[in-house]
Write a protein that binds this ligand. Sequence first.
Ligand code: UD1
Ligand code: UDP
Length: 376
Amino acid sequence: MSAVFVIFGTRPEAIKLAPVVWALKSTLGEDAVRVVSTAQHREMLDQVLDLFGIKPDYDLNLMKANQSLNGLCADLLKGLNDIFLKEWPARVVVQGDTTTCFAGALAAFHMGIPVDHVEAGLRTGDLLAPFPEEMNRRFCDLVSSECYAATEKAAAALRAENVDEQKIHVTGNTVIDALLQMRNNLRANTEVTKELDEKFSFLNQNKKLILVTGHRRESFGEGIRGICRALVEISEQRSDVEIFYPVHLNPNVRTAVEEVIGQHTDRIFLGEPLDYQSFVYLMDRSYLILSDSGGIQEEAPALDRPLLVLREKSERMEAMEAGVAKLVGTKTKTIVREVVTLLDDVCLYKEMAHAINPFGDGRAAQRIAAIIKSKL
Ligand code: UD1
Ligand code: UDP
C-alpha cells in the first residue's frame, strides 16, 4: 500500500508538522509515512529538522536567493509531481499557507490524491493581507478532503464558505503540541537551561526583554522600516528595556532592518534566526513580544507573554479577543505608544499576561493522525 506523504518547506511548517510526523509514524508505522522537504527555506528549516531529529525521505533543495513566488511555485510543482508520480501517495498532508503548502495541495489535487490540510480555516477576508498566504489557505481548504481547523472560529469560517461539515475537524493547532513539549523539556532540563543562560548572557537580567520578529511580505519597505524606527525610539526613550531581534533571512527584511537599526545597537541586539529551543527559551524569558508572525500569535498566549501584533489584520483573532494580544500595525508612533503604555501601566500588563490556550491543548497531532488512519 502507498504511504501518507507529509510535505513542508519552511520553518513554521516544520515546527507545526513535526508532531504530526511523529504521531503518524506511531499510529501507522514508520514505513507508512514519507517526509518531503521542499527546502523552500534552507538554514531556517534545517535548524528545525536538526532539533526535532527529522530526516526527510526527499529533499528538493529548492531555495534560491531572493526567490520569486512564481519561480518557486513552478519548481515546487515540477519537483512534487516527479515524486508523486514515482510513489503515488495514499494521501498528502500540507500545513498552513505557504507556497509549499499551496503547491503541495495543487500537485496532489491534479493527480486525484486526497489532501489533508492542517491549520485550515484561517481568514482575514483580505486577499492582500497576509499576501499571498490568504489566497494559499483559501485554495488549500477548497481542494482538501479533510480540513483540520485549530479552533471553533476557524471551523466557522469554513462553514461560512459552505465547506462540507464532514470534512471539518476541530483539532487544536499542532504548534501548541511542539511548544509545550519544548517548554516542558526546557523546564525539566537544567543543563540545557544553563547553556542557554550562558548563550544569552549578553542580555541584562535586570532589564525588561522585548523580543521582536517581523517578516511579512505586505510590510516590505515602509512597514518594516516603521517597525524598526519604533524600536530605535523605544531604545532611546527607555533605559529599563533591552530589545532582541533575530532577523529573518529574507533579504527584503534584512536590508530594511540594517538600514534603520544598523547604528543603534546599544540596547537593540540584532541576531540571526534562532533555533526553536533558543527561541522558546527567549519567549519564556521576555517581558513583551512584538511580532507579525502567525505562529508567535499562537505561542505567546500559551506562555502568558503579552504580544503586540505588528500587522493591520490578523486571521488569529482569538488571542486579541482573549485580551492577551493587541493589533498595533506597523506605524512607528502607534507601536511606541503601545509599548510605553504596557511598560508603564502595571495593571494593564498583568491583565494581558495571563496564560490561555485558545489555539490548542497539545494533542492536536494525535487527533489528526487518528482521523487520517480512519480515512485509509
Ligand atoms: C515564507 C512564507 C511565509 C512564512 C515564512 C515563514 C510564502 C510565500 N511565504 O516567507 O508564509 O510566514 O516563510 O518564515 O510561502 N532565506 C534564506 N534562508 C532561509 C530562508 C529564507 O536565505 O532559510 C531567504 C532567501 O533569499 C529566500 C528568501 O529568504 O529566497 C525568501 O524566502 P521565502 O520562503 O520565499 O519567503 P519568506 O519571506 O521566508
Ligand atoms: N521562531 C524560531 N526562531 C526565530 C523566530 C521564530 O524558531 O528566530 C519560531 C516561532 O517560535 C514560531 C515560528 O518560528 O514557532 C514562526 O515562524 P515565522 O515567524 O517564520 O513564520 P509564520 O508563523 O509567520 O508563518
